[in-house]
Unconditional design. Sequence first.
Length: 345
Amino acid sequence: MTWSIAWSAQVTAPVASIEAGPGWIAIGHGRRLTMLDDAGAHRWSADVLFSPHRMVAAGPYLGVLAAHGFTVHQLVDGVALNEGRSATRGFSSLVARPGGGWIASGREGGLHLFSAEGRGRRRIDMDAPRAVRGALDRDHAVVHAKDGLLHIVHLDGGVPPVTLGDTSWTWSSPMGRDGLLLRSVEGVLHRGAPGPSGWDRLERVDDEVLEPVAACRTSLGWCVLELDGRVREATSGAVLEGSDGGVEPMAFLASDGEATLVGVTRSGLIRCWYGGERERVERVARRALAADGARQDDWALRRRRFEAAVEAEASGDWEVAAEHYDALGRTQDAARVRKQRGEGA
C-alpha cells in the first residue's frame, strides 16, 4: 500500500506523547498540549503543570496522564474540565471505556475507573500491570501483565480474570478495530482478537523479527514504529518514506484510524503521511498544481471542492456532486453520479 509524506512541522522539545483523530493531531511537549489540524495548521495550545506522557481521545474529550496525575481536557480548545486526579507514583497507561469514562492502570497496582469528565469512580485491586490495552466492552478490560500474559479483567470486580493462553508476550499494542498486535519472545508479530473467555483469533503477521515500540491501526492495516525509528507496514514490512534515516529517529506514532499517519521525534519534528485513496487524491492534485503553476490557495480550494463533492454524493445530491466533479476535471466521477441520479429517478 502506498504512503507518501504530506507535510512536516515543528513544535518545541522535548516531545513526550502524541494522539490523533479525524482531522486533528495532538502533541504533548514540554509542559504544553498543542493541537494541529491534519494539514499541519495550528489550532490551539494549552499549558499544563507537568509533561504529558500519555494522551487518549474519547468523544469530545482528551484524557491526559502527566507526572502523578490524570486530567481530562476539552478536545475543542484544551481547557481542563477539573483539577484532575492523582495516585502514588502516578498512572502508567490509559484507555477510553466504551459508553464513556476511562480506565487507568496505577504504577503501584490497581485499575482506576473514572467518569467521562475525569471524576474517580472506583478502584479494582490487582498487581501493577505493564499496561491496560483496551476494553472489549464496558465490563471487560484487556490487561498486559508484568509476566507477559494477557488477561481479561471484569470491571465489576468479584470475577477472577481470564488468562488468554499461556504465551508470554514481550510487547503489545493498544487495541484497534480488529484486536491488537503482540510480539512473541522470538520477536515474531502476531495479531490477536481477544474475547471475554479467550482468543477469538490469534495468528502470525510475519516471520520477520521486529522490535516494535508503538503501533497504530489505520484503514489500510497496522503500522508499527520500530526501535530504530523506522515506520513500517506490519503485514508487508514496507518501510515508509522519510522514516528510514535522517538525523533523528521517530519516537512516537499515531493515526486517525483511517488514512493519515503521523510520527514525531523527541526534538519536535512532526512528519505526516497520507495513504490509500487520500494519498492518490493528494498526489493527483499536486501534479495538477505543478503543471499549471497554481498557488497553494488554489489547491486548498480544490480540496474543499472535492470534499464537498464527496459529501454531496453521500447525501444523494447527485447534481451538486456532478458539478463539483466536473469543476475538478473528474469526468468519470461526474458521469457516475449522474447515472446514479437517473437510476434513482
